[in-house]
Design a binder for this molecule. Structure first.
Ligand SMILES: [Ca+2]
Ligand SMILES: [Ca+2]
Ligand SMILES: [Ca+2]
Length: 71
């Protein structure tokens, strides 16, 4: 029986030291600091629901999604 040669890449198990940059999850929201734009606030992470115009970029898209008044 021949097994396919996947053993060398059995998933990315070493996220903590990817590219030698130390990443952490300070606020314990499950998002490491390389993707978590506020790693001190568990309510803020890439999958959070953006609250328009509250002055906080909750979903880490770089935008507060503020609703501008028309006109
Ligand atoms: Ca985090
Ligand atoms: Ca966070
Ligand atoms: Ca917001």
């Amino acid at each position: 029986m021949v097994l396919l040669g996947l053993s060398a890449f059995d998933g990315v198990a070493c996220t903590q030291s990817l590219y030698g940059i130390a990443v952490t999850d300070e606020d314990g929201d499950g998002y490491l600091s390389d993707v978590d734009c506020d790693d001190t606030n568990a309510d803020i992470h890439p999958d959070a629901t953006e609250i328009d115009g509250d002055g906080v970029d909750s979903d880490c898209d770089g935008d507060d999604d503020a609703v501008l008044p028309e006109g």
